[in-house]
Design a protein around this ligand. Structure first.
Ligand code: NAD
Ligand code: MG
Ligand code: MG
Length: 349
């Protein structure tokens, strides 16, 4: 049984922090005699498949015939079938294709899902916004690593793990949470800590984080800072170092020691400027924009827009991607990073 239920339209927080689940709270034996189908072999797919296999779980990877990933998964010692056959061979089906393809992939595998099976995702978008609609006689759960797939694999091989969120959307068996925790343990997540949430909370906070802070907010902040300096006549290479390169060094300090720890390491001049000027740059207007962005996520307006964009063939998505890749900060950055041979930009496994 879920310990907290926040799918009722309200977000309720107990007065104490909700429990974290660690290795001792999860039982790998719950996956004994079961086959897990991983549909897709990208960032998350390769990591889940390989970690599950190394944890002793029977894994089959579901890929379209002719996909480039078939050779890769096979070379990692994994059995590969087409998605429908993989789903038919498994009791637990984890969908790890891009969110915008979940609906199409679901159509191709749903006939192979039997009563008592489990459907899983690593992000709640498709289930929460209704592009995937499993029948009532299956469990539906989520294990969402809070980090890129390549780190899910690397940390597992190093003996640690990436923390994750777990949620149950549908508990037909009465055992959905325990099984999701076993899955989380098998990919290494319970080594770092797993937090129970709901599909709604995971989906909305994940979208908000990537839009307002981590990806959207960060990219816009870097570009705006860079353009402000360059437009005022300063050297573009200097502007790159100041607004982009140094970002990582500062974020590393924040990650390790929090904001106060970062402020301890910077000069008093920097700290005074930080506290008096930062809130002017990200002030009332930005907070209002953040609330509006969150509102579009909560109302489903963002999801409808993104689904429509995909139905239209991702035309404006592709155009924006191209435009962004040609931004001045990218051109100068490519040149400068070419001289920093200690930066390993390769994600290939
Ligand atoms: P990805 O783009 O890295 O990989 C997608 C894979 O799916 C590729 O191997 C592709 O070949 C395959 N694929 C595409 N169409 C297919 C089809 N019709 N049938 C079978 N396979 C197909 O995807 P990703 O970034 O790993 O995202 C997968 C899921 O994990 C998403 O729900 C995402 O929100 C979630 N997630 C991703 C991350 C991350 O680090 N990228 C983090 C947390 C959660
Ligand atoms: Mg996300
Ligand atoms: Mg400085």
């Amino acid at each position: 049984m879920p310990l907290v239920d926040r799918d009722d339209g309200r977000i309720r927080r107990p007065c104490t922090l909700p429990p974290m689940f660690y290795d001792d709270d999860a039982d790998l034996n719950l996956l004994d005699g079961k086959t897990v189908a991983i549909i897709g072999y990208g960032s998350q797919g390769h990591a889940h498949s390989r970690n599950l296999k190394d944890s002793g779980v029977d894994v089959v990877v579901g890929l379209r015939p002719g996909s480039d990933s078939v050779a890769k998964a096979s070379s990692h010692g994994l059995r590969v079938l087409d998605p429908a056959a993989a789903a038919a061979a498994a009791e637990i089906v984890m969908i790890l294709v891009p969110d915008e393809l979940h609906g199409a992939v679901w159509k191709s595998i749903s006939d192979a899902i039997e009563p008592g099976n489990t459907v899983m995702v690593a992000h709640g978008f498709s289930v929460h916004y209704g592009t995937v609609t499993p029948p009532p006689d299956v469990d539906v759960s989520l294990v969402a690593p809070k980090g890129p797939g390549h780190l899910v694999r690397r940390t597992y091989t190093e003996g640690s793990g990436v923390p994750a969120l777990v949620a149950v959307h549908q508990d037909a068996s009465g055992n959905a949470l325990a099984q999701a925790l076993a899955y989380a343990k098998a990919i290494g997540a319970t080594r770092a800590g797993v937090l129970e949430t709901s599909f709604r909370e995971e989906t909305e906070t994940d979208l908000f984080g990537e839009q307002a802070v981590l990806c959207g907010g960060l990219s816009a902040l870097i570009e705006a800072g860079y353009e402000t300096l360059v437009d005022a006549g300063y050297d573009p290479q200097l502007a790159y170092f100041e607004c982009l390169h140094e970002m990582k060094l500062i974020v590393d300090l924040v990650y390790e020691k929090g904001l106060a720890g970062m402020r301890y390491s910077i000069s008093n001049t920097a700290e005074y400027g930080d506290m008096t000027r930062g809130p002017r740059v990200v002030g009332d207007a930005s907070r209002e924009a953040m609330r509006a962005v969150l509102g579009e996520i909560q109302s489903g307006a963002f999801a409808r827009e993104w689904i429509a964009e995909n139905n239209a063939g991702q035309e404006s998505f592709g155009r924006m991607r191209e435009q962004q890749a040609g931004h001045k900060v990218e051109v100068v950055g490519k040149e400068l990073r070419g001289h920093m041979d200690w930066i390993d930009a390769s994600f290939d496994e």
